[in-house]
Write a protein that binds this ligand. Sequence first.
Ligand code: E4P
Ligand code: PEP
Length: 355
Amino acid sequence: MDAATSLRKPTSSTPGPARPLPLPSAYELRQRLPVSASLARQIADNRQAVRAILDGEDDRLLVVTGPCSVHDPVAALEYAERLAALDKVVGDRLLLVMRVYVEKPRTTVGWKGMAYDPHLDGSDDMAAGLAMARRLMRDIAELGLPVATELLQPMAGAYFDDLLSWVAIGARTTESQIHRELASGLAATVGFKNGTQGNVDVAIAAMQSAAHPHRHFGITAEGYPAMIETSGNPATHLVLRGGQAGPNHDAASIAASRRAMSQAGLEARIMVDCSHANARKDHRRQTEVLYDVLEQRLAGDRSLIGVMLESHLFEGKQALNPSALRYGVSITDACLGWEATDSLLTRAAERLRST
Ligand SMILES: O=C[C@H](O)[C@H](O)COP(=O)(O)O
Ligand SMILES: C=C(OP(=O)(O)O)C(=O)O
C-alpha cells in the first residue's frame, strides 16, 4: 500500500481501502491472556480424546454442540456450565465439545461474529473482539470442556487456536486452498463441511490436501510476514450438513460419502451436522436428524463418528437489535433451547448404553 492509499478515506465516489487500524499481535494477546501449563495439558488431553474417536479407539459419539454464534459471554458461559454438568451424566457414551463460534461466514452480508463486532453495533472493535473471544474460549476450556470453532479468517486463528480441540472449515470455505493450508498446520482435529450445494467431493479433496505438508504465505505470532511451513494434519473428517438439494444424513447419502472417501484413500469418518440444510433450516428438526444418525450407527455404521447441534439457552433466534436483546437467544441461526438439548443428549446416551 502506498502512502496515498494509506491516507485515503473511502467515499461513494472514491471506493478503496480506508487507513488500516493496527491490532495487537497474536503474541501480545496470548501474553495478556495466557494459557497455564495445566490448562495446556488439559487441552492436549481433550485433543487426544477427539482423535481417539476418529481412530476408533474410543467408541463414544463426538457431539459438537452450542450456539450458532456466541455474542454474549455471560450467556455463553452459562451454557458451558450446563454442558459441563451434563457431561457428568452422559460422558460415558458422548464426548461433548462446545461450539464457541466467534467468526460467522455470511451468505451475503450481516453481523460477522464476536471477533469482528463484539459490541454488536457495527463499530467493529476487532481488538476488543479478539480479546473477548480469547477470554471466553479460555474460560470455557477452564471448565474442562473441549472448545470448537469455525476458522474463517486465517489470520484470526493465531489469536485463539491454542485453545481449540476441534475446528470446522465451513461449507463456504472448504474448497479454499488457503483454508486447507491452515488446517494442515493445526494441532486440533478438523471437520471439513460439504459445500453449500451439497457437494462432498470438495471436502474430500480438502482432507487430502490438509493431510499434506504445505508452505504458504502467512504472518508470525509477532505480526511479521512469513513463509509458514506445516507438517500436514491427518486428523480430519467429513461433516455432512446437507445442501441445496436437501439433507444428506440418510443411509444412502452416508454410504455414498463412505465409498467416495475410501476411493480417495481416506478413512471413512463422518460427522452429521443435524442443523443447516440437514434440518431444512428448521432448528426443531435437529432432533429427528440426530435420532436417525443414532439408529444408523446402532445398526453398525461405525463411520458415523459424531454429530453437531446448534443449541443455545433458549430456543429460536432473534433480530440483532442491541437495545432489545433477549438473554440466551441466538442472533444468527435458530437453535434448540437448553431443555430440548439436555433431554435429547440424555436420551441419546441412554439409547447408546442400551446396546
Ligand atoms: O451457521 C450460520 C449460517 O448458516 C451461516 O453463517 C450463513 O448465514 P446467513 O445465510 O444468514 O448469512
Ligand atoms: C456456518 C456454519 O455452517 P455451514 O458452513 O455448514 O453453513 C456453522 O456451522 O455455523
